[in-house]
Design a protein around this ligand. Structure first.
Ligand SMILES: C[S@@+](CC[C@H](N)C(=O)[O-])C[C@H]1O[C@@H](n2cnc3c(N)ncnc32)[C@H](O)[C@@H]1O
Length: 398
């Protein structure tokens, strides 16, 4: 992990936008009496209209820092990610559910490659709806779809609000980790909510910020945290927004399946006493570092997903947790290696880059084990279990 001081400096226009956002965050802190919860800070840093990381103009997704990007996601890494999802989704669409809905579609790469994959599977959905909070990303998605799948663009629509009811397949890759989290610190055996206060000004004159811990009454300490054994100091997160989002998905999904893919753990692992530093992480120009106050609006801020919280929120709305597996297990069960083997290995120039990318998706040391897939379903034909969870399902751990 990198020290923030050694990271590349942003260009002047980006720095100016960040300073404007910092001023806005400072005003929010003042209006709240000098302190805001970390979830509020994270919501502003990522989603403040026009200035937040996801709502502003940062490049965000890409292969390396030379293109101004900050991180790479599975759909950007390899088309075989989407092609494998298409194999899992095709039999579901065939159950009279010919609609797809994607949350937080990034560059549009997953949408384009999923549509192309489903076309190959002979199971194109009638519609592919995208729910995207960022106008800038929506434009990028339109551009990607027009380039990669021009004949399928007409099936794609963008939604500003969730439909009251949806029947079909829902997918969200790395969406839950981008939702604001609350931070909590146990200091000297006592729980505090860790929020954000002003800390003077930065060199350029924009407000600077620091963490400030406020003591919590025992009754206000979230149940999952009270159960963490020991009295050593630790910092961790809770995920009210991601769980509320899951309940909204549950209220909307009348029949079908929702798949969320993200890095995270079951609750017992998430709140393990040895995970004393929490999982909050920032990404700037392909450097991972722990300082959420660096360049507000110009870097990603993220926390791992507590999949037990997601599973419980889903169950509250009557959804079935139909599968939970590592990304490697899920992709292998759903046939990623068959797809790769269909390439000609003697054509090294074509085969090797694809094989390397698939290796990253599957390797335990990279994305294979840390990333998980959870499937939440309602009203599906039980006689056709989801292929992605045929071996290595870990629902029991949630
Ligand atoms: C890390 S990016 C992942 C983008 C893309 N899915 C990919 O894999 O490349 C997180 C995305 O989630 C979106 N997002 C966060 N909360 C959301 C919500 N409540 N509804 C829809 N999208 C959301 C963000 O706007 C952003 O596009």
């Amino acid at each position: 992990m990198q020290k923030a001081a050694s990271l590349p400096l942003p260009p002047a226009d980006a720095q100016a936008a960040s300073d404007t956002l910092a001023a806005r965050i400072g005003e929010s802190i003042d209006a709240a009496g000098g302190w805001i919860g970390f979830d509020r800070y994270m919501a502003l840093a990522l989603y403040a209209p026009g200035l937040g990381y996801y709502s502003g103009g940062s490049a965000k997704f890409g292969r390396d820092a030379r293109d101004g990007s900050d991180f790479i996601t599975a759909p950007e890494l390899s088309p075989f990610f989407a092609r494998t999802l298409a194999r899992q989704f095709a039999p579901l669409l065939a159950q009279g559910l010919p609609r797809l809905l994607e949350f937080g579609a990034g560059t549009g790469r997953l949408a384009a490659d999923l549509l192309l994959g489903l076309e190959q599977e002979g199971q194109l959905p009638d519609t592919y709806a995208i729910v995207e909070l960022s106008g800038e990303l929506r434009a990028r998605q339109q551009d990607t779809l027009a380039r990669r799948a021009p004949h399928l663009v007409e099936r794609v629509t963008w939604l500003d609000t969730l439909p009251a009811a949806f029947e079909g397949v829902i997918v969200g890759n790395e969406v839950l980790d981008a939702m604001p989290v609350q931070l909590y610190a146990r200091n000297g055996g006592n729980w505090h909510e860790r929020g954000v206060a002003r800390a003077g000004v930065q060199d350029g004159g924009a407000p600077a910020f620091r963490f400030e811990d406020r003591p919590l009454a025992a009754t206000d300490v979230p149940e999952a945290l009270r159960a963490i054994p020991g009295d050593h100091d630790l910092v961790t997160e809770t995920h009210a927004e991601a769980e509320g989002f899951t309940r909204a998905v549950g209220a909307m999904l009348a029949r079908g399946a929702a798949f969320f893919i993200d890095y995270g753990f079951p609750g017992a692992e998430y709140y393990h006493p040895q995970r004393a530093g929490g999982t909050l992480m920032c990404h700037y120009r392909h450097h991972a570092h722990p300082d959420p106050f660096l360049h507000p609006g110009l870097q990603d801020i993220t926390a791992h997903v507590n999949f037990s919280g997601i599973a419980h929120a889903a169950a509250e709305t009557g959804l079935t947790v139909a599968g939970f597996a590592s990304q490697a297990r899920f992709l292998m069960n759903a046939g990623i290696t068959d797809l790769l083997m269909a390439l000609d290995p003697s054509d090294a120039r074509a085969f090797l880059p694809q094989a390397n990318a698939v290796q990253k998706l599957l390797s335990e040391a990279e994305m294979g084990e840390l990333f998980k897939v959870i499937a939440l379903t309602r009203g599906l034909d039980d006689s056709e279990p989801l292929a992605g969870f045929a071996r290595g399902d870990r629902c029991h751990a949630l």
